[in-house]
Every structure is written in structure tokens, then in C-alpha cells.
Design a protein around this ligand. Structure first.
Ligand code: FMN
Length: 204
């Protein structure tokens, strides 16, 4: 196994500390134990994060966002990380509004530091109350964010975790996610792929 230590950031897009936070923490623990990854996390729960208002301050000044809110914390973490695991609850068949706002607000980070995401890696976790509740469209939206921002987008591979990790919480919060052993297998498979590819391709 390569000894490259990957800096991994987990992002939870749920306004609660429940199933998605559980899944992100499980992914980080797995990567830390199996691959000695250095891990950090960010949750949108209880955070003050304004919508992007398209004022173009970030584009004009190249000095970051006009809002000084809890995005400051995640901007720093995003710069620090080599790889991302973004998790979202499925809301109306797609990512949560809170996560969408975080992704929109990265426009300011890229305007200030255009190569911030270059050469980095990303995968996703979708957590639905239903077994088939929109996990795949949710993962696709996360992949679209990676693609648009030149982050190499990874799934967990065929025969189990195709587009990434899909968790069925049965609307039972962390306990529901923990009980979904089949879903957790997709998570471990996805983390294997994310870390192994990052170790192989990361520019040191
Ligand atoms: C506004 C809203 C919309 C939801 N829409 C869906 C949905 O389309 N499909 C689904 O499977 N679950 C849906 N759910 C259920 C959540 O995805 C599920 O409870 C998930 O585990 C929540 O994540 P959390 O426990 O991390 O907050 C929805 C929940 C809310 C609050």
C-alpha cells in the first residue's frame, strides 16, 4: 500500500446531526483506520450560511465572498484537503438546500484561488428515508459539482457502489444509517476507491 497520507474532508449537508453526519463520520473513521488518512469534517447543522446573491463581489475583487459567515471555516478546510467526501440527505429527490448553498458559495473561493480544486478528488454519500428515494440523482448532483470544478469525481465501482454510497435511513436518523449494513458496504467500497485513487494520482 502507498504510504501517501491523504488529507480528507467530510462534509455533511444535513441541518441535523443525524444519519448523514453518522455516515460521514463512519467514512472518515474508515479512511483513517485503513489508510491512515488525516481527516477533518464540516457539518452545516447550526451554521449561519447565506445564499449566494450573485452580487459578483467575488469576481470583481478576487478577494473572496462579500459575506463573512460560517463559510469561512469550510473555505479553509476545502483549501487544506486533497480529497472530499460530501454527504447529503435526499430532499425531494436531490441534495439538501443547505448543501446546494455551500456548493454555490464556493464560487467565491474559486474566484480568489482559481486552482484551489485542481488535482483533487471527490466522492459522495446520499442518505434517503426510502430505499430508492433519489439517492442516485443526489449523487449525480455532487458529481456535477466535482466535474465543474475540476475535482476528479469517483464512485465506488460496479457490483455494489456504482455512483457512490447510498444509505437508507428509514427516517430513523443515525440509528437507521447504522442499521443499513448493505448501505454501509457501498460506503466502504466508495472510500476504498476514493483513497486508493487519490494516493495513486495525487501530485506530491
Ligand atoms: C424536506 C425533506 C425532503 C425529503 N425528501 C426525501 C426524498 O425525496 N426521498 C427520500 O428518500 N427521503 C426524503 N426525505 C427523508 C430524508 O432524506 C431522510 O430522513 C434522511 O435520513 C435525513 O438525513 P439526516 O438524518 O442526516 O437529517 C426528506 C426529508 C425532508 C426533511
Amino acid at each position: 500500500m502507498s504510504s501517501k497520507k491523504i488529507r480528507l474532508l467530510g462534509i455533511s449537508g444535513s441541518p441535523r446531526k443525524a444519519a448523514t453526519v453518522y455516515a460521514i463520520q463512519e467514512a472518515l473513521n474508515y479512511a483513517k483506520e485503513k489508510y491512515n488518512a488525516e481527516v477533518r469534517s464540516f457539518s452545516v447543522a447550526n451554521k449561519k450560511i447565506n445564499f449566494c446573491i450573485h452580487c459578483d463581489h467575488c469576481i470583481r475583487t478576487r478577494e473572496g465572498c462579500v459575506f463573512k459567515d460560517d463559510m469561512e471555516e469550510i473555505y479553509e478546510l476545502m483549501e487544506w484537503a486533497d480529497a472530499y467526501i460530501i454527504g447529503s440527505p435526499v430532499y425531494q429527490g436531490n441534495i439538501s438546500g443547505q448543501l446546494k448553498t455551500v456548493l454555490d458559495r464556493t464560487r467565491a473561493l474559486v474566484a480568489r484561488t482559481p486552482k484551489v480544486f485542481d488535482g483533487k478528488f471527490g466522492a459522495g454519500i446520499a442518505v434517503g428515508g426510502d430505499r430508492v428515494g433519489g439517492q442516485e440523482p443526489t449523487l449525480r448532483t455532487i458529481h456535477d459539482f466535482y466535474t465543474i470544478n475540476f475535482i476528479l469525481s469517483l464512485g465506488g465501482g460496479a457490483f455494489g457502489a456504482n455512483l457512490g454510497a447510498t444509505i437508507w435511513s428509514k427516517d430513523k436518523g443515525a440509528a437507521g444509517a447504522e442499521a443499513d449494513k448493505r448501505g454501509l458496504k457501498t460506503l466502504y467500497k466508495t472510500m476504498d476507491r476514493l483513497i486508493l485513487v487519490a494516493q495513486r494520482l495525487r501530485k506530491s
